[in-house]
Design a protein around this ligand. Structure first.
Ligand code: NAD
Length: 419
C-alpha cells in the first residue's frame, strides 16, 4: 500500500486549502472518495483459458453533479492511483465550470496483448460489472489510456442491453455515428490552442505571428499545432519520439500530419532542420511552448534551456514543481495542465448534453460552444492569478486555478449542508 501519486495529489489539495484560506474540513472531506467499487471480470480468452481481471470505479465527489472521469486499461493500474486520478477529476471538472463531480475507472490489464474480441469481452464485462453504480445522471465514464471510442461503443451497447433501452449518455467520446461528436477527435488540442491564443492576448499582445513549439505529435500535440496555426501563429518546431523538426520559417502543420500518418515519424517531414533529440522542441526560440507529450519533461536539469514566455501544458504534469518555480523566476508563465488540457472533458460534457436531449449540434456549433467555455475558463483563472499575485509573492497560475476549483466544490458542499 502507499502511493506517491496519491500522496502528491493530497498534498496539492492541502496546499490549496491553506492558500485559499478554506476550513480544514474541506481537506478532510476531499481526502477520501465517496465510494469505491472493486470488481472481478472473468474473460474467456481466444485459446480457451479463463482470465479474471481486477477493475475499479472510484467515485470521488458528487457535490457538483454526476461523477465523471475516464476508464484506464493498463498493466500497472493500482487502486490508490485510481483514487488519485478520481480526485484530480473532481478538481478538473470543478475548474472547467461543468456540472460534474470526479470519478475514474481502471482495469489492470496489458491491453496491447489482447485480441480485438478479447478486448470486446473485457470491455463488456467491465461495463456489466460497474452497471449497478453508473448511469447517465449518476456516473458517466469516458476513455483514458488504453481505451477509445470503440471501447465506449461496446460499453454503451452493453449498458443499453441491461437497461433494455438505448442509453447514449452513460459513456462519452463515442464514435460520431453512435451519438458521439466529430469535435471530440481534436477537442483537447483545440482547447490548448484556445489557451495559447488567450494567454498570448494577455501577455504577448496577440497570437498573430507568434512562434510556437510543440513537443509530442499525438492526439493532443498535433491538434494544438493545427489550431494554433489556424489562429495565426507560426509553428516553428514539432517533435515526437523520432526527433524534432525545426523550421524558423514555419512548419506546414497539415503536411506534418500527413507525413506522421503515412510514415509514423515526424522526422520524415521534408523541410527544416532535423534534430535527433525529441526534447529539442522544448529549447528552440519560441514565444509559446506546448509540452504535449508526457509527464516530467521540463525539470531542474533542462529548465534553463527553455526560452518560451508562455508554457501551455497539453500533457499531464510535464513540468516538475521545481522547474515551474524557475520558469516564473525567469518571467515565464505556465498555463497549468488541468486548465489547459480540459478540452476533452468539456467536449464530453457537450456530447452528454446532446445525448440527454437526443439532439445533434453540427461541428461548427459544437466547436463554438467548446471555445467559449475554454476561453471563459482561461479568463477566470487569469483574473484570479493577477489578483492573487498582487497580494502575495511567488503565486503561480496553477495556484490560482487550484484555489478557484476548490472554491466551487467548497461552495457546492456548503450550500448542500455537507460542511
Ligand atoms: P498520444 O499517445 O496520442 O501522443 C503522444 C505523443 O508524444 C506521440 O507523438 C509520441 O511520439 C510523443 N512522445 C512521447 N515521448 C516523447 C518525448 N520524450 N519527446 C517528444 N515526443 C514524445 O497521447 P495524447 O493522447 O496526445 O496524450 C499526451 C499527453 O496529453 C498525456 O500526458 C495525456 O495524459 C495528456 N492528455 C491527453 C488528452 C486527450 O484527450 N488525448 C486529454 C488530457 C490530457
Amino acid at each position: 500500500m502507499g502511493s506517491k501519486f496519491l500522496e502528491d495529489v493530497l498534498a496539492t489539495i492541502k496546499r490549496g486549502v491553506e492558500l485559499g484560506g478554506f476550513p480544514e474540513e474541506l481537506y478532510k472531506i476531499l481526502s477520501k472518495p465517496e465510494r469505491i467499487l472493486i470488481v472481478k471480470i472473468p474473460v474467456r480468452m481466444d485459446d480457451g483459458r479463463l482470465e479474471v481481471f481486477e477493475g475499479y470505479r472510484v467515485q470521488h465527489n458528487s457535490a457538483l453533479g454526476p461523477y465523471k472521469g475516464g476508464i484506464r486499461f493498463h498493466p500497472q493500474v493500482t487502486l490508490e492511483d485510481d483514487i488519485a486520478l478520481a480526485t484530480l477529476m473532481t478538481l478538473k471538472n470543478s475548474l472547467a465550470g461543468i456540472p460534474y463531480g470526479g470519478g475514474k475507472g481502471a482495469v489492470r490489464v496489458d491491453y496491447k496483448k489482447l485480441s480485438r474480441s478479447e478486448l470486446e469481452r473485457l470491455s463488456r464485462g467491465y461495463a456489466r460489472a460497474i452497471a449497478p453504480l453508473i448511469g447517465e445522471e449518476i456516473d458517466i465514464p469516458a476513455p483514458d489510456v488504453g481505451t477509445n471510442p470503440q471501447v465506449m461503443a461496446w460499453m454503451v451497447d452493453e449498458y443499453s442491453k441491461i437497461a433494455q433501452r438505448n442509453v447514449p449518455g452513460v459513456f462519452t467520446a463515442k464514435p460520431p455515428v453512435l451519438w458521439g461528436n466529430p469535435v471530440r477527435e481534436y477537442a483537447t488540442g483545440f482547447g490548448c490552442a484556445v489557451m495559447s491564443r488567450e494567454a498570448a492576448e494577455k501577455y504577448l499582445g496577440g497570437i498573430e505571428g507568434k512562434k510556437v513549439a510543440i513537443q509530442g505529435f499525438g492526439n493532443t500535440g498535433r491538434w494544438h499545432a493545427y489550431w494554433v496555426a489556424k489562429m495565426g501563429a507560426k509553428v516553428v518546431a514539432i517533435s515526437d519520439t523520432s526527433g524534432t523538426v525545426y523550421d524558423p520559417e514555419g512548419i506546414d502543420v497539415e503536411l506534418a500530419m500527413k507525413v506522421k500518418n503515412e510514415t509514423g515519424k515526424i522526422i520524415n517531414y521534408p523541410k527544416g532542420e532535423k534534430i535527433p533529440d525529441p526534447k529539442a522542441a522544448l529549447y528552440v526560440d519560441a514565444d509559446i511552448l506546448g509540452p504535449d507529450a508526457m509527464e516530467e519533461q521540463i525539470t531542474l536539469e533542462n529548465v534553463d534551456k527553455v526560452k518560451a514566455k508562455i508554457i501551455v501544458e497539453g500533457a499531464n504534469g510535464p513540468t516538475t514543481p521545481e522547474a515551474e518555480a524557475k520558469l516564473y523566476e525567469k518571467g515565464a508563465i505556465v498555463v497549468p495542465d488541468f486548465l489547459a488540457n480540459a478540452g476533452g472533458v468539456v467536449m464530453s460534457y457537450l456530447e452528454w448534453v446532446e445525448n440527454l436531449q437526443w439532439y445533434i449540434w453540427d461541428e461548427e456549433e459544437t466547436r463554438a460552444k467548446l471555445e467559449k467555455i475554454m476561453k471563459n475558463n482561461f479568463l477566470r483563472v487569469y483574473e484570479k492569478f493577477e489578483s492573487m499575485k498582487a497580494e502575495k509573492k511567488g503565486i503561480t497560475m496553477r495556484d490560482a486555478a487550484l484555489v478557484l476549483s476548490l472554491e466551487r466544490v467548497y461552495q457546492a458542499m456548503k450550500y448542500r449542508g455537507w460542511l
